[in-house]
Ligand binder design. Structure first.
Ligand SMILES: [Zn+2]
Length: 395
């Protein structure tokens, strides 16, 4: 019965009173009326709080352009096992503090919610080897940190969103919905989402390799979901949780990747498949390390944005601690105009595990290196300062 009920809401549209918010809201001129309570199923007008602390692409934002910020995996702390919680100090309010001005410096901010928002209960997944068993259950109230940071859309298609069974999936959706954050990724329940803002409809879908989510290995279904979204929305954003995991797997091979006996998908091919079906932006994560960036048919692809905010239980040594944010500016059709990688690393001098802005630009250097090696023909240039431009100036 549960499934039947959820199927009805497979595609739900957030009709929110955004009419007064123009696309220049992120430059700090958001109309306060934008905070009108969501009407249906909802995304808050975080644009109202998108005050510009940073303007990485000054002057790029006009009425004819749209801007996006994307990040990788987010796991804010664990309340499971019940007797051994691993939670950050001060309810996690510090997690996004350093990077908040960047996260809010775009019309739409997207990430991957790795795990479940659930206070207690749920059926933890069983693991053949408890030593390597990771079950991610984060307190429901921590959703406030995501709202405060400015997240508009979160993918729930990943290998941890099923860690606590149906209870976990249901509660996560309920919590995100009540908080006004758009989400997508569960098969038959939230396969896609449309957020309307400033007169533009942003469609969102998320895919992973895991049961219960839309699959990166099911091209037919992916095409169907994305092409349906592209007929309803002006811009289609796709999250893909895809590829083998770890520092040895930071390259784009253009082949299907196998990891611990599982087919983890072919990021190069999947990105092209969804763009052919109508996607305008493709944001990858899953490998826990950054990977190359690319452009296909004028549409931007980040193959992996790595770990963004993983407060515990995830390796953050070396490049695993890199937490890049990518800002992308497109025209209103979704064609890439320019972008910027903003570098953050999850290693504070105080031992803090949260994304901290990194003046050495380590993420930029790494992604530039990988892009030039793996996708030399990509029609983009990543500059040393992180700016991303079209080769030949796009001429
Ligand atoms: Zn994952």
């Amino acid at each position: 019965m549960f499934r039947v009920v959820l199927t009805i809401s497979t595609l739900f549209v957030a009709s929110i009173a955004f009419a007064s918010v123009s696309t220049d809201a992120k430059t700090g001129s958001a109309d306060s009326t934008a905070q009108t309570a969501p009407v249906v199923s909802t995304s808050p007008d975080t644009a109202a709080s998108k005050v510009s602390g940073l303007t990485p692409l000054d002057g790029a934002q006009t009425d004819s352009t749209l801007s996006f910020i994307a990040v990788g995996d987010i796991m804010m702390g664990l309340n499971y096992p019940d007797d051994q919680p691993l939670l950050p100090p001060e309810e996690g309010v510090l997690i996004f503090k350093d990077v908040k001005p960047v996260l809010q410096n775009a019309t739409i901010t997207v990430g991957n919610l790795e795990g479940v928002l659930l206070d207690f209960g749920g059926l933890p997944k069983s693991c053949s080897n408890p030593k390597f068993c990771y079950t991610f259950r984060t307190p429901e109230r921590y959703v406030k940190n995501l709202v405060d940071a400015g997240f508009d859309l979160l993918g729930v298609a990943n290998n941890h969103s099923g860690d606590f069974g149906d209870t976990g999936r249901e509660t996560t959706q309920k919590v995100l919905k009540e908080a006004g954050i758009g989400y997508a990724g569960f098969e038959n329940s939230c396969e896609s989402f449309i957020l309307e803002r400033g007169g533009v409809k942003y469609g969102f879908a998320a895919f992973s390799v895991n049961r219960g989510t839309l699959r990166v290995t099911d091209f037919e279904k992916a095409r169907q979901v994305v092409s349906a979204l592209s007929t309803e929305a002006d811009i289609v954003i796709v999250n893909m949780h895809i590829g083998a995991e770890g520092q040895k797997f930071n390259h784009i091979t253009r082949q299907t990747e196998n990891f611990i006996g599982e087919n983890r998908g072919n990021p190069y091919l999947f990105a092209r498949t969804v763009i052919d079906a109508g996607a305008d932006l493709v944001f990858g994560h899953g490998p826990h390390v950054p990977r190359a960036m690319d452009l296909y048919k004028g549409r931007f692809i980040a193959y992996s944005l790595g770990n963004f905010a993983t407060s515990t239980s995830v390796n953050i040594t070396g490049v695993s601690g890199y937490a890049p944010m990518v800002k992308v500016v497109t025209d209103r059709e979704g064609n890439f105009i320019e972008g910027e990688i903003i570098s953050a690393i999850q290693r504070g001098q105080d031992g803090a595990r949260r994304p901290l802005l990194d003046s050495t630009n380590a993420c930029v250097k790494e992604i530039k290196r990988l892009t030039e090696k793996d996708i030399p023909e990509a029609p983009i240039i990543i500059h040393n300062d992180g700016k991303i431009t079209l080769k030949g100036g796009g001429k």
